[in-house]
Design a protein around this ligand. Structure first.
Ligand SMILES: Nc1ncnc2c1ncn2[C@@H]1O[C@H](COP(=O)(O)OP(=O)(O)OP(=O)(O)O)[C@@H](O)[C@H]1O
Ligand SMILES: [Mg+2]
Length: 340
């Protein structure tokens, strides 16, 4: 098996601009996504055989798996992908491991599984948290030894495959309640990547929206030039439980319905809440936090995002301008000019 070079992680290639060039399909330059991109870059060029992408639905795990593959020296070999949760156990098993001729009634001829087809390349196991216990045992053996048997086969097959698994479930919890084998969990999480939800990288919204507008311009033969300030504020105030997929869908809908050359608030669904949905409020860290400090930080972020416009900053925080000014004064910020 060829040794896979470790590349030059952390070298000059890791600058922000070069990361964006290399991961050109992963849009965003927030610190949160930059950190993920630089981790993905290191992983891509490393010999890592197993990677785990954890993140809510719609955060881009599928896209990231493709990008890891594309940036690796496996890129010329196959990228195979399977959604474990979508198939019943026996079908998933034969898709993955393949079967010998006559292994079961319908097995008229030998069929290679995805693991074999992906030899030299990457196998993306989506929704890994949905694999049944019996199959988990076989998967663990494959992950540990890179060896497996086709169904009905007696000899071991060996392959060189990088496995990228993804889940939007809390796998620790799955282990606790007995749905996931602990040994498989530890094998999977040798290199975990936490893919942050969109609400933790709201400042990527303008870039993401521009990207989707451009691609729908092409698809729908339109010439929309961007978002109005009001529309952008509205997008920035939403909690995005469906993450980037939800944003993409919102832009698609707006692009289909609009008659303007700019998307405005009227083009956005009324259901797009002004406030963050309760289920997506900040979670109190286990170690607690300094509320006054957090408030100061949020006030500053809102002002930065609104370019210093107090009315817009207030709207982002669900406050009136008066309340915003009061809180700023309380937080010890220098007095602001009274323009809005
Ligand atoms: N950073 C990004 N830049 C551009 N497009 C993105 C980005 N992240 C996600 N997308 C797009 O958003 C959509 C949803 O992403 P993807 O399917 O990769 O999410 P996922 O995390 O795999 O979701 P699920 O858990 O539901 O499978 C896709 O169309 C993807 O191309
Ligand atoms: Mg996916």
């Amino acid at each position: 098996m060829a040794h896979r070079g470790a590349g030059a992680p952390g070298g000059p290639l890791s600058s922000e601009a070069s990361l964006s060039r290399r991961f050109h399909r992963i849009i965003g330059n927030s610190p949160a996504i930059q950190a993920v991109k630089s981790l993905l870059e290191k992983i891509a060029s490393s010999p890592a055989s197993t990677v785990l992408l954890c993140g809510e639905s719609g955060t881009g795990k599928g896209l990231m798996a493709e990008e890891i593959h594309a940036l690796s020296d496996r890129a010329a070999r196959p990228f195979q992908n399977i959604t474990c949760g979508a198939l019943p156990e026996t079908l998933l098993e034969s898709e993955l491991f393949g079967h010998e001729r006559g292994a079961f009634t319908d097995a008229k001829q030998l069929r290679k599984g995805l693991i074999e087809v992906a030899d030299g390349g990457t196998l993306f196991l989506d929704e890994i948290g949905d694999v049944t216990p019996a199959l988990q045992v076989k998967l663990l053996r494959f992950l540990e030894e890179r060896a497996f048997k086709r169904i009905g086969g007696s000899s071991d097959m060996r392959v060189d495959v990088r496995v990228i698994a993804a889940t939007n479930r809390n796998l620790e919890h799955a282990v606790e309640v007995g749905l996931l084998r602990e040994d498989l969990y530890y094998r999977l999480r040798v290199l975990p990547v936490r893919v942050p939800p969109l609400r933790e990288r709201l400042r990527d919204i303008p870039l993401l929206a521009a990207h989707f507008i451009e691609s729908f311009n092409q698809a729908f033969h339109k010439r929309v030039r961007g978002l109005s300030r009001g529309a952008l504020d509205r997008l920035s105030a939403h909690g995005w439980p469906g993450n980037i997929r939800e944003l993409k869908n919102v832009i698609e809908r707006a692009m289909l319905l609009t008659d303007n050359d700019q998307l405005t608030e009227q083009d956005l669904p009324a259901s797009l809440a002004h406030t963050v949905a309760p289920s997506h409020r900040f979670e109190l860290p286990a170690a607690g936090l300094d509320l006054a400090e957090l408030e100061r930080d949020l006030l500053q972020q809102a002002l930065r995002r609104s370019g210093g416009n107090q009315s817009r900053a207030a709207r982002l925080l669900g406050l009136t301008r008066h309340q915003l000014r009061y809180r700023l004064a309380k937080a010890g910020a220098p007095p602001l000019p009274s323009r809005s």
